[in-house]
Ligand binder design. Structure first.
Ligand code: GLA
Length: 406
């Protein structure tokens, strides 16, 4: 009898839950408060950004999530449920989520696996199921889960716990893991989260570290690329490397912004905008709205681009695409414009690590379509000779879609 009883108890143990599937077939696209506003956020800001997302055409270009980062919190109520700051969000999160949904968009929120968030707001440690339930009740669609104040917390357990909690809360919620790559989540988090940060925080600079006295640094665009570059074998449909949110429109030059955006697309990175969408220049809009470039990021093959080689100061990147096309980008990270003599036969490569696909420039001819001028520029040639000379501007890119077999 006792044995039967314990067998029954075992049989009713819950099966270990897995993350919500089908939320990240391509890298997530949206906007977040943090890069531009930090803690200066409110219901009005979020609503204004949601309106701008629709009016600017960004929603129709694929940007879906409106994410509230740190500093939205009020206190926990008498039962331990988290509330929103009543001054910043006087009508509460549910009303805000309804508004965002009415615009055809989704709402994201932010918490932390530790005792407090990075800005000192209440963390989720010890409240994981309750917080997940609260977000689900509010109608939240996305959770960024940070890693400050986590002394003695095991990362794998903490992220599994919140993933299980989100699953149990019953509403499909995207889980964006943000532990900065410290415990190599790409090795263990495929079943747990939909994306994981691979870098420390980005800052709005093309190529430098911003070192803080407290002992941590922020990364420029090039530093983020260098970290993320080495991890392509770990990303794919449903789980993406995240080199942090975009700084386009926040103060870099137009060519730096273009290079930043292009490289995020080449690396199949999440495209989370970080500028003030209510007030942006035509140049910024043209960059973040480049649908042909977005299509490189969102390509259904789901392969992160390959940093194939460096030559004369330039970086050469290839990304295999569905249907046999390739995206090809020459990145010039230097302070000088560089002339490049392009011989396609220098780039007969096979992506052995991930897709197993080959460019086959010796036997295949591709149409060469310029992703920034939106013009076709001839075709690749089978001959072993310099096919074209091009100038790659300082801190800029030349980026082509190589269209297969036509
Ligand atoms: C950490 C994260 C950032 C941002 C801040 C908020 O630094 O990495 O992306 O969320 O916390 O405090």
């Amino acid at each position: 009898m006792i044995i039967l009883g314990s067998m029954l108890a075992l049989m009713t143990l819950p099966v270990k839950a897995q993350k919500w599937e089908g939320l990240a077939d391509t890298p997530q696209m949206g906007w977040s408060t943090w890069n531009k506003f930090q803690g200066n956020i409110s219901e009005d800001v979020i609503k204004g950004i949601a309106d701008a997302m629709v009016e600017s055409g960004l929603r129709d270009a694929g940007y879906t999530y409106i994410n509230i980062d740190d500093c939205w919190h009020g206190k926990r109520d008498a039962n331990g449920f988290i509330t929103a700051d009543p001054k910043k969000f006087p009508n509460g999160m549910k009303t805000l989520a309804d508004y965002v949904h009415s615009k055809g968009l989704k709402l994201g929120i932010y918490s932390d696996a530790g005792t407090a968030t990075c800005a000192g707001e209440p963390g989720s440690l010890g409240h994981e199921y309750q917080d997940a339930l609260q977000y689900a009740r509010w109608g939240v669609d996305y959770l960024k889960y940070d890693w400050c104040n986590t002394t003695n917390v095991n990362p794998q357990c903490a992220y599994q716990l919140i993933s299980d909690a989100l699953r149990a809360a019953g509403r499909p919620i995207f889980l964006s893991m943000c532990e900065w790559g410290s415990s190599r989540p790409w090795k263990w988090a495929r079943q747990i989260g939909h994306s994981w940060r691979t870098t420390p925080d980005i800052w709005c600079d093309f190529d430098s570290l911003r070192v803080f006295e407290a002992g941590y640094s922020q990364f420029g665009v090039m530093q983020c690329i260098a970290y993320n570059d080495t991890l392509r074998q770990y990303a794919g449909k449903g789980y993406w490397n995240d080199p942090d949110m975009l700084e386009v429109g926040n103060g870099m030059t137009e060519n730096e912004d273009r290079a930043h955006f292009t490289m995020w697309c080449m690396m199949a990175s999440p495209l989370i905008l970080g500028n003030d969408l209510r007030n942006m220049s035509e140049a910024t809009r043209n960059i973040i709205m480049n649908k042909e470039m977005i299509a490189i990021d969102q390509d259904t093959l789901g392969v992160q681009g390959l940093h194939y080689c460096d030559r004369d100061g330039l970086q050469f990147w290839f990304k295999p695409l569905a249907g046999g096309d390739w995206a090809f980008t020459i990145l010039n990270p230097t302070r000088q414009d560089i002339t490049c003599c392009l011989n396609w036969q220098d780039f007969n490569l096979t992506d052995r690590e991930v897709s197993k696909l080959s460019t086959d420039f010796a036997t295949k001819v591709y149409k060469v379509y310029n992703l920034w001028t939106h013009k076709q520029e001839g075709k690749t040639t089978l001959k072993n000779k310099v096919d074209r000379k091009l100038v790659v501007k300082s801190r800029d890119v030349v980026s082509y879609r190589l269209i297969n077999g036509k």
